[in-house]
Unconditional design. Structure first.
Ligand SMILES: *[C@@H]1O[C@H](CO)[C@@H](O)[C@H](O)[C@H]1NC(C)=O
Ligand SMILES: *[C@@H]1O[C@H](CO)[C@@H](O)[C@H](O)[C@H]1NC(C)=O
Ligand SMILES: *[C@@H]1O[C@H](CO)[C@@H](O)[C@H](O)[C@H]1NC(C)=O
Ligand SMILES: *[C@@H]1O[C@H](CO)[C@@H](O)[C@H](O)[C@H]1NC(C)=O
Ligand SMILES: *[C@@H]1O[C@H](CO)[C@@H](O)[C@H](O)[C@H]1NC(C)=O
Ligand SMILES: *[C@@H]1O[C@H](CO)[C@@H](O)[C@H](O)[C@H]1NC(C)=O
Ligand SMILES: *[C@@H]1O[C@H](CO)[C@@H](O)[C@H](O)[C@H]1NC(C)=O
Ligand SMILES: *[C@@H]1O[C@H](CO)[C@@H](O)[C@H](O)[C@H]1NC(C)=O
Length: 808
């Protein structure tokens, strides 16, 4: 062999050896046990397997953890039987079992996978990049895998649920304490009876339910929608298995779902910049999630300042004395016994987490209408609901006994509760309508021909209201007298806000609930009564954590009044533009506000049934509740002034007031073009205002200022100096990202701006950012004081609408 050949041979050999050792790194063979500080490392170095210790090195365990975050242990083998020293040896026995031996104690078996009892030569255990440790025989058939034996953590690709053939359960149990991975007091299991759902158990008691899977998410976890862009949820329900699994959409993202030692489910995502785990969701979310807190047929718990239990309509506290002592666990009893078949109807409880389905029957093939008929014809059926919310609701869940653990949630579902017809009798206003109808009917007897026509009309409208009541429910109507009393006769000292749409009063209802009462100004009103009511119903159905909830309306003569939940911290502009109060808004709070507004807008823009452009997003329209959660207000209000419903695409000329100086996109200000991108623009401006604590106005063009600093690579100078010093490097990084996203949103061309749904991943570093183009910094001066008078030519759903513009 020549010198050069020999050199080549050596080079080749070393490459082969290197490759061999790299391959061996993630694989355990029968001939090569590991021990001490040796580890298996998955190919991409995402996960590691080895011994780790807790309690000051007095307890040792075999586990799998994230390489970037060794404290994030995702799986533990010998959780109930620790080693006292690091003397553990991980080996594959001749019988093909993965075992943990104690070398300090005669190789005693501390733990075994118990996967086989036959001799299996050539078995290997391999740690995969998804965190799964897979034990396979020489032919590659899987003998055992760690994903089938969860401890306290689910990671992407790991199933939760049950193998119906073997009965094997994939569930979590918490660690006993941060030092002790042995099974603690909490378990998180899927209940596969009825409509499958996850349940949290504490010391043998059920403490929380996620609500059943509804085709899209778990009924009581509306937040799942907000991270659909990051995770894909997959639910399987067939003869072999009932299971739920999530997958990271971005293959390189790291995430985990942990049942922690305090009995809280936490969904966390690794932040590569800040090198921390960010909490995306935790459940139970609040005290209202406590299982059975309000008892049978109760619940309907709402989280204002305090937990409030109530009874579903048609039910009364079973034990009023206990209820008065704030013990509602006894639940509620029916006011009127069911009459069975003909004598009953259904009341629609809207926007709830469905009650416990353990004893329910489920038929995915039925339609909702069929479900209603089935339930009505079975006297034992107490309620029904769609089992799948897609396509407007299909499938059928029927309940047969008590309804347990129902609560209101954002974006909840409709539950049809069986009541005796007399309990369905509508409220005062309905009685009023009924009286009027009776009078008209009497009149009809006198004037036969005319009466006949009026009677037909009345019957028609009566049918419509009955149908509404039973099948659709509606937004509550408030009595004008009550509203007037609540606001002290619309007393000026109760005024909390004023805008183009009317005056806002703070009010206190007779039951003590604080509300915001918006009296719409008369001059802009075009809509008819019925259209107005329809719109209010529609808007009241939009429910989201980041939208202010519309509680109802009141129509009296020419007065149109909207009643909202009251936001104790009022509006964002009172914070960010106030030289003293803005210092109290930490960067974290600001970021939460930005993300909250973004989520609210995504919901408005994308909710399939009622997509909506806000048109007047600004700091004054972002309200803050007691916990500084941002809620968008005044959404849909522009629609209340239109003279046609949304479905009719008339070319009616419409008067509207829209937009506020400083937040108006150039294409809208100049050409009156209305699209979702108008909201994106306003959101961009708002974001820059929140970061800087300065208002975009005539005397100070914030966008131009932000752009100049951005171009000079000095974006951080835009950050409000009252928070800058308190920011960590990661937070400063976040602020820079926010500014860049803000500049992307205010680009001149609407098509270059990101969709709202893309903004959230951008803000959370899930997406690389493109460089924004120079914004148009000179806003045209079209109309004074920010109010524009617009002629609408067409109105289309979701799409682009072109409107003409008139100066006022
Ligand atoms: C761990 O052990 C060291 C040395 O024995 C001791 O100083 C320290 O306090 C211990 N820490 C804990 C948390 O027990
Ligand atoms: C660990 O130490 C405890 C107490 O010192 C002892 O009872 C136990 O047998 C030891 N376990 C092992 C596996 O050596
Ligand atoms: C324990 O097992 C290891 C690895 O299989 C082996 O090298 C060692 O000799 C064994 N020790 C005893 C005491 O059997
Ligand atoms: C394996 O079997 C032994 C003996 O039946 C048992 O004590 C141990 O808990 C089993 N290990 C696992 C991981 O199931
Ligand atoms: C359930 O267990 C059986 C028997 O071990 C197995 O054949 C089947 O593949 C398992 N099903 C699932 C979905 O894991
Ligand atoms: C469990 O999670 C909750 C919610 O994120 C958190 O407040 C709590 O501190 C966690 N408990 C532990 C022990 O980590
Ligand atoms: C609450 O009421 C239930 C039944 O109505 C009763 O069993 C329970 O003891 C009460 N709890 C308290 C704390 O009084
Ligand atoms: C209703 O429930 C009663 C008592 O549980 C039972 O005897 C009866 O068969 C049920 N009826 C139907 C139609 O399921």
């Amino acid at each position: 062999m020549s010198q050069s050949h020999r050199r080549l041979f050596h080079a080749l050999l070393s490459v082969l050896l290197l490759a061999a050792s790299a391959v061996a790194d993630n694989t355990l063979t029968q001939s090569r046990p590991i021990g001490g500080d040796q580890k298996l490392v998955s190919l991409g170095d995402v996960f590691q397997l080895g011994l780790f210790s807790t309690a000051n090195n007095t307890k040792w365990f075999l586990g799998i953890w994230f390489t970037v975050s060794p404290a994030a242990v995702v799986w533990v083998a010998n959780r109930d039987r620790p080693l006292n020293t690091s003397s553990g040896v991980v080996a594959l026995s001749d019988r093909g079992n993965l075992v943990l031996l104690d070398a300090a104690s005669n190789n005693e078996t501390i733990w075994s996978s118990n996967s086989s009892s036959l001799a299996i030569p050539g078995a290997v255990a391999q740690l995969h990049d998804d965190g799964n440790l897979v034990l396979a025989d020489a032919a590659g058939a899987v003998l055992w895998q760690s994903f089938e034996h969860p401890t306290n953590t689910f990671i992407s690709g790991m199933r939760s649920g049950r193998n119906l053939t073997t009965g094997a359960l994939w569930s979590l149990s918490s660690w006993r304490s941060a030092d002790d991975p042995s099974a603690g007091d909490y378990r998180y299991v899927m209940d596969t009876q009825g409509s499958p759902e996850h349940e949290l158990w504490s010391k043998g008691r059920k403490t929380y339910r996620t609500g059943p899977w509804n085709g899209v998410r778990f009924s009581g976890v509306p937040e799942m929608t907000s991270f659909e862009d990051m995770f894909e949820f997959q639910f399987t329900n067939n003869a072999d298995e009932v299971s739920y699994v999530y997958h990271n959409r971005d293959g390189s993202a790291l995430s985990r779902v942990v049942l922690n030692e305090s009995g809280v489910m936490q969904r966390m995502v690794w932040d590569r910049t800040a090198l921390t785990w960010n909490n995306f969701w935790s459940g139970p979310r609040d005290q209202c999630d406590t299982y059975g807190l309000c008892g049978a047929f109760g619940g309907v718990c709402d989280m204002g300042d305090a937990v409030v239990c109530g009874c579903i309509r048609g039910f009364m506290p079973g034990s009023p004395a206990e209820w008065r002592m704030r013990n509602a666990s006894g639940g509620c009893a029916r006011s009127t016994p069911l009459q069975c078949a003909g004598g009953d109807g259904f009341y629609v409880l809207r926007g709830v987490k469905l009650p416990e389905t353990h004893g329910s029957t489920v038929d995915g093939g039925a339609t909702l209408a069929e479900c209603g008929r089935r339930c009505l014809s079975n006297c034992n059926c107490t309620a029904y609901a769609a089992s799948d919310i897609r396509g407007g609701g299909t499938g059928c869940i029927q309940w047969f006994g008590d309804l347990m653990d129902t609560r209101y949630v954002d974006d909840g579902q409709d539950l049809f509760v069986r009541l005796a017809k007399s309990d369905l009798e509508p409220t005062k206003t309905k009685k009023f309508v009924a009286v009027i109808t009776a009078v008209i009917l009497g009149f009809a007897l006198l004037l036969l021909l005319l009466g006949f026509m009026i009677w037909r009309k009345a019957r028609h409208s009566k049918e419509v209201t009955m149908f509404d009541e039973i099948m659709r429910g509606e937004c509550p109507t408030y009595d004008f007298g009550i509203i007037r009393a609540a606001t002290g006769g619309f007393c000026p000292k109760n005024v909390v806000g004023r805008g183009g749409f009317g005056i806002v009063y703070k009010g206190k209802m007779p039951d003590g609930q604080e509300v915001a009462v918006k009296k719409l100004s008369a001059e802009n009103r075009v809509q008819g009564l019925k259209e107005f009511k329809n719109e209010v119903d529609l808007i009241a159905k939009l429910q989201h954590r980041n939208l202010v909830r519309l509680l109802g309306c009141c129509i009296q003569g020419s007065e149109r009044i909207l009643v909202y939940e009251y936001m104790s911290n009022r509006s964002l502009d009172a914070f960010i533009f106030d030289s003293r109060r803005r210092a109290s808004l930490s960067w974290k709070t600001r970021m939460d506000v930005i993300l909250g507004v973004a989520r609210g807008l995504v919901y408005l823009h994308q909710d399939s049934r009622h997509t909506m452009i806000h048109r007047d997003l600004k700091a004054a329209n972002v309200l803050l509740d007691g916990e500084m959660v941002a809620k968008i207000s005044d959404f849909g209000i522009a629609k209340l002034f239109s003279s046609t419903g949304d479905d009719r695409v008339d070319s009616t000329v419409t008067d509207r007031i829209v937009g506020t100086y400083g937040y108006m996109s150039p294409e809208y200000a100049m050409d009156g073009m209305v699209s979702f991108m108008q909201d994106v623009y306003s959101f961009g401006v708002l974001q820059l205002e929140i970061v800087s604590g300065r208002r975009n106005q005539r005397s100070f063009n914030l966008i131009a200022h932000a752009w100049k600093l951005f171009e000079e690579n000095k974006s951080l100078e835009l950050l409000d100096s009252t928070v800058r010093d308190g920011c960590s490097p990661a937070e400063l990084e976040q602020a820079v990202t926010c500014i860049q996203v803000g500049l992307l949103c205010v680009q001149e061309s609407p098509s270059r701006r990101p969709q709202m749904a893309a903004v959230i991943p951008m803000l959370s570093h899930q997406q690389t950012l493109v460089r924004p183009l120079r914004p148009v910094v000179c806003l045209p001066v079209t109309a004074p004081a920010g109010l524009l008078h617009v002629l609408e030519v067409t109105s289309g759903r979701g799409g682009l609408t072109i409107t003409g513009l008139e100066g006022r």
